[in-house]
Design a protein around this ligand. Structure first.
Ligand code: ZN
Length: 469
C-alpha cells in the first residue's frame, strides 16, 4: 500500500509587502540584497510587524480548501541554522496549543477521492542561496536576502494519495484554485514548491525535498515509490530520511537522516501577539469569496450550453475566464468561449505573450458578434484575432486593412463559382454520380476567396448552377 502526503509552499505573490516588514513581496526584479531591511535580515532589536493582508489571503485559501478557521492564531519560531535564514529561526505557525494555524481540517475531492488537508499555515520564505563555480575547490555560495521574509502559505495534506497521478491532479487543481483566488501567480518561477512524503507497505516515511517545480513532483514521487519497492523486494529496510530531488538526473538522492520535529525547538513568537479572528470577520470573507472554478464550469454549461470540455478549460484558467466574463453576453457566450479556447489560447500561450497582447474584452466581443452576424467567416476570424493581439487595432480597421470581409455578395460570389466550374471540369462531371463532390468545389471557392466566402451561400449557388437538388 502506497501512502503519499504533500507539503506545498505557495508564495502570496499578489501582496505588496513581505510578511513582517515593508520590503517588497515581489523580490524578483531587485539587485541582490537591495530589497532588505533590519527586520528581514534579523538585526538585533528589530521587531516584526504582521502584514494584515497576508492574514486575509490565508483565510481565503483556508476557506477555499474547506478548512476550519480558529478564533485565535499564533506564530512560532522554528529554530535552525542555515545561511539562508538570517535570524536563525523562521517565523511560522505550529499547532502546539491546539489549532492555532490559519486553517485546519480541510478537504478537497479529486476524481472522486477525498484528500484531507491537515492544516494551512502562514510563514516567511528564507533567502536564496546561489551556488557558483564548478570544481570543488572554487565552489562558492552566494546569499541573497531579497526573498527573506516573503509571505508564504504552506498547505499540508494527510497521506491520502495512493499514486503519483493523484498528486499531479491535486497540484493542478490547487494551482488553479490559488490563481482563481487572486492570491498567487503559480507560473512565476519558485512561486509554488512542494515536498512529498512517501511510504510503502507501512514502512518508514521518506521525505522528498527541493522539488523546484510542481511539475516534477509527480516524477519525484514515482521514482521514490519504485526505489522503495525494489528495496522491499530485496529485503532491505527503508530508512527514515530526507532525500533531495536531483532535477538533472531525475532521481532522488539521500540528503540527511530525518530530524524529529522537536529538533526545531519551536516556541511561541513573543514579538507577535495572538491574533483574534472574529467569526464575523471570517463570515465576511465567506460571503465575498470569488466564484469557485467548479461553480463557473457548471454555470457555463448550464447557462450558455457550452460543451463540458470547453467549459473545463475556460473555467480553470483565471486569465481566460476573466476575459470571458467581460466579453460575453447571453447571445455570443458560446462563440466567445469558442474563440478563446480554439484560437486565442494558441496565440497567447505564455505569460510574456499574455502581457504583450493588445486584445481587450471588447475586441473579443466584437469578433464573436461579427462571426454570428456573418460579417466575417470563422476562417478569417483567426487572422483577425492574431492581428488584434499584435496591434490592438479595432476589428473594423483590421477587416478593411487585411480585406477580411465576408464575401456574401451573390454577384461577386457567382463570378468565382463560374471560374471554379470551368477549371474543375472533371469534378463537375463526377457530380452526377457522386453528389458529395460538391464539397470539393466549395473548398475550391473558399480557397480562391481566401476563406472569405460564405460557405452556405456558396453551396446553395453551386447547387443551383449545377442543377443538383
Ligand atoms: Zn524587510
Amino acid at each position: 500500500m502506497v501512502k503519499i502526503g504533500l507539503e506545498i509552499h505557495c508564495q502570496l505573490t499578489k501582496l505588496e509587502s513581505k510578511l513582517f516588514c515593508p520590503c517588497k513581496a515581489d523580490y524578483r526584479s531587485f539587485e541582490p540584497n537591495t530589497n532588505i531591511c533590519p527586520v528581514c535580515i534579523g538585526l538585533p532589536g528589530s521587531l516584526p510587524r504582521l502584514n494584515q493582508k497576508a492574514i486575509e489571503k490565508g483565510t481565503l485559501i483556508s476557506l477555499a480548501l474547506n478548512c476550519k478557521i480558529p478564533e485565535k492564531i499564533s506564530f512560532f519560531r522554528k529554530n535552525y541554522f542555515y545561511p539562508d535564514l538570517p535570524k536563525n529561526y523562521q517565523i511560522t505557525q505550529f499547532d502546539a496549543y491546539g489549532h492555532t494555524s490559519i486553517g485546519n481540517n480541510g478537504k478537497i475531492t479529486i476524481e472522486g477521492k477525498e484528500i484531507r488537508i491537515t492544516r494551512i499555515q502562514l510563514e516567511e520564505d528564507p533567502g536564496r542561496l546561489i551556488y557558483e563555480g564548478t570544481s570543488e575547490k572554487n565552489k562558492i555560495t552566494l546569499v541573497d536576502y531579497n526573498r527573506a521574509g516573503t509571505p508564504l502559505v504552506e498547505v499540508v495534506t494527510e497521506p491520502d494519495f495512493e499514486n503519483p497521478k493523484q498528486v499531479r491532479v491535486f497540484m493542478n487543481i490547487l494551482v488553479d484554485l490559488l490563481e482563481n483566488l487572486g492570491v498567487s501567480e503559480p507560473s512565476l518561477e519558485g512561486a509554488v514548491r512542494a515536498d512529498g512524503n512517501v511510504s510503502i507497505e507501512g514502512g518508514n516515511k521518506v521525505e522528498i525535498k527541493n522539488v523546484g517545480s510542481f511539475h516534477d513532483l509527480e516524477k519525484a514521487v514515482h521514482f521514490e515509490i519504485t526505489r522503495q519497492q525494489s528495496l522491499v523486494e530485496r529485503g532491505i529496510p527503508i530508512e527514515l530520511e530526507t532525500r533531495q530531488w536531483d532535477d538533472r538526473r531525475k532521481i532522488t538522492v539521500s540528503a540527511r537522516s530525518k530530524e524529529e520535529e522537536q529538533d526545531y525547538r519551536y516556541f511561541l513568537e513573543g514579538d507577535i501577539p495572538w491574533i483574534l479572528l472574529d467569526p464575523k470577520y471570517v463570515d465576511q470573507f465567506k460571503q465575498n469569496m470569488p466564484e469557485s472554478i467548479a461553480s463557473k464550469r457548471d454555470r457555463y454549461i448550464e447557462q450558455f450550453k457550452i460543451p463540458a470540455q470547453v467549459a473545463d478549460v475556460l473555467s480553470s484558467d483565471k486569465f481566460y475566464s476573466d476575459l470571458f466574463e467581460l466579453a460575453h453576453n447571453e447571445k455570443n457566450a458560446k462563440e466567445v468561449a469558442n474563440i478563446i479556447t480554439t484560437d486565442l489560447m494558441g496565440f497567447v500561450d505564455t505569460k510574456e505573450k499574455r502581457q504583450q497582447s493588445k486584445l481587450t474584452s471588447k475586441h473579443l466581443s466584437d469578433l464573436a458578434n461579427a462571426i454570428i452576424n456573418n460579417t466575417i467567416t470563422r476562417n478569417s476570424s483567426k487572422s483577425a484575432l492574431q492581428e488584434i493581439v499584435k496591434t490592438g487595432k479595432s476589428l473594423n480597421e483590421i477587416i478593411t486593412e487585411l480585406d477580411l470581409g465576408h464575401v456574401s455578395d451573390e454577384f461577386e460570389l457567382s463570378a468565382v463559382i463560374e471560374k471554379v466550374i470551368n477549371e474543375e471540369s472533371i469534378a463537375v462531371k463526377e457530380i452526377k454520380e457522386k453528389p458529395e463532390t460538391v464539397n470539393f468545389l466549395v473548398g475550391k471557392v473558399m480557397k480562391k476567396t481566401k476563406g472569405k466566402a460564405d460557405p452556405s451561400l456558396t453551396l446553395e449557388l453551386l447547387k443551383k448552377k449545377l442543377k443538383i437538388y
